[in-house]
Design a protein around this ligand. Structure first.
Ligand code: ATP
Ligand code: MG
Length: 262
């Protein structure tokens, strides 16, 4: 099997006419874990939603390929079926659809008609992954995310990840709202996915998560694009200094100042 690759080149994304992502480039391959850090409002979630094909986000420039195919030409469901996965910063609640039903439908959509997962195999897999993530059995039959606590939603996103086994996953603030034990469990889930067939982009504010999931590369996103890339030591530096030191070093001015000058 070819190594999965998501290649983002000079991507520009606008929302309601305002440019948010301004020339973002990054290549993620199977076997790699990348972390993106950056101040609030810098466009991290916008990037993730645009890659999944959210209709509100308008792509105004650049190119994205997924395993050599033009991702931006693919329908939303096609992207998921091809093996792209997004764990959202704010997972939505779906009333009337149980967690187990949702997962089985999503898995079967990926496998295609005539190749559905046998029910017993599905149950066994679900049981195994729920145990690994320390999720109580009752969650299989609860409506998707309805009434789930913040941390339970995040853990459930990792359950989806492990059940769907995508080629490339984007995890948007999967660590927000997690207690220390849950953080370790979520990290265990992501680490269990590590293989040459799986690549991952982790969006996070805190270096803490990266103690448990060792990224190969750390990127800093500011004002809609990557302004610096490095190894895990870059996350440590940000944790210690915040973003001001880096802004000074790179000669980046605050957004407001730039807009006033324009
Ligand atoms: N649907 C929308 N309508 C209007 N503005 C939006 C919408 N989505 C995002 N924005 C704006 O785009 C900018 C970037 O938002 P985004 O959610 O991508 O930031 P972020 O980097 O994920 O921030 P955070 O770290 O707080 O999650 C913000 O100024 C936000 O208000
Ligand atoms: Mg965000």
């Amino acid at each position: 099997m070819a190594q999965p690759t998501l290649k983002i080149e000079d991507l520009h994304v606008s929302i309601e006419g305002k440019e948010i992502v301004k020339g973002f480039s990054l290549e993620i391959k199977g076997g790699e874990i990348h972390a993106v850090m950056g101040p609030n409002g810098t466009g991290k979630s916008t990037l993730a939603s645009a890659l999944m094909g959210h209709p509100k986000y308008e792509i105004t420039g650049g190119k994205v390929t997924f395993d050599g195919q033009d991702l931006l030409e693919m329908e939303v469901d096609e992207r998921a079926r091809a093996g792209l996965f997004l764990a959202m910063q704010y997972p939505s609640e779906i009333s009337g659809v149980t967690n187990a039903d949702f997962l089985r439908t999503a898995i079967n959509a990926r496998r295609g008609e005539g190749n559905e997962i046998p029910v017993m195999q599905f149950i066994k897999k679900l049981d195994e992954k729920m145990k690994l993530l320390d999720i109580d059995e009752e969650f299989a039959n609860r409506y998707l995310n309805e009434g789930f606590s913040g941390g339970e939603k995040k853990r459930n996103e990792i359950l989806q990840l492990m059940m769907l086994e995508p080629k490339i996953a984007i995890l948007d603030e999967i660590d927000s709202g997690l207690d220390i034990d849950a953080l370790k469990i979520v990290a265990k889930g992501v680490n269990a996915m590590r293989s040459p067939e799986f690549g991952c982009l982790i969006i996070t504010h805190y270096q803490r998560l990266l103690n448990y999931i060792k990224p190969d590369k750390v990127h800093v996103m500011m004002q809609g694009r990557i302004v610096k890339s490095g190894g895990p030591e870059l996350a440590e530096r940000l944790e210690a200094e915040g973003y001001d030191g880096l802004k000074k070093e790179l000669g980046i001015e605050d957004d407001e100042v730039v807009e006033q000058e324009a």
